[in-house]
Design a protein around this ligand. Structure first.
Ligand SMILES: Cc1cc2nc3c(=O)[nH]c(=O)nc-3n(C[C@H](O)[C@H](O)[C@H](O)COP(=O)(O)O)c2cc1C
Length: 187
């Protein structure tokens, strides 16, 4: 199985990148081919709503790094998306990533629905400073539903909470939990 991770954090070595990589590590140990992307090192520009991706050749006109991520995502059977919580919502980098999925993913009722892209497995890892993992539950569920509408097969959503006060990288039980999610995804 081919799995890609995408950390939508501006910090290349922050908690979100760590969480995504822990999940990928678990998947890799169970035979998956993995590749990790970070928004931190990429030129990712916001969607311009030009709708060129809705014309016949479906290409995005923006010449940045997103086409490379698209190519990697199309080759993969699963995506692990790390979403830092900023101001009670996904980071700007995560929103750009989601908007830029427009050329590839659409709801089934849409005339541009592409059946060949439907059903891609997805694990969402939300990362937040607040220690209460239930604090943004409504938003977490809403975001999962957004991806289900785009016909992703949402396998799991996990909330990594309390990064403000504790180094998540030092929490062995959390690392094991994230690896187990990756292992399940790969099997
Ligand atoms: C602009 C900004 C807004 C934030 N807003 C929230 C928030 O609303 N709730 C929360 O729990 N954490 C919030 N945080 C904390 C981040 O979720 C936390 O630092 C997380 O670890 C970020 O991921 P990273 O370690 O990959 O950078 C915010 C951080 C930033 C930079």
């Amino acid at each position: 199985m081919n799995i890609i991770g995408f950390s939508a954090s501006p910090r290349p070595e922050g908690s979100t990148a760590w969480a995504v990589d822990a999940i990928l590590e678990g998947a890799w140990e169970h035979g998956a081919k993995v590749r990790s992307w970070s928004a931190a090192g990429l030129d990712l520009q916001p969607c311009r709503a030009c709708f060129a991706c809705r014309t016949k050749d479906r290409r995005c006109v923006i010449q940045d790094d997103m086409p490379r991520v698209h190519a990697s995502l199309l080759e993969a059977q699963a995506l692990v998306l790390g979403v830092p919580i900023f101001m009670s919502q996904m980071s700007a980098q995560a929103k750009i990533f989601v908007d830029r999925l427009h050329p590839l993913f659409a709801p089934r009722f849409s005339p541009t629905f592409q059946k060949r892209n439907a059903g891609k497995a997805l694990v969402l890892a939300f990362v937040q400073g607040n220690p209460d993992p239930e604090l943004f539950r409504i938003y977490v569920n809403y975001t999962c539903q957004t991806f289900r509408t785009l016909e992703f097969d949402v396998r799991e959503s996990v909330v990594v909470a309390g990064t403000r006060s504790a180094l998540v990288q030092e929490q062995d039980a959390l690392h094991a939990r994230l690896k187990a999610i990756g292992a399940t995804l790969a099997s």
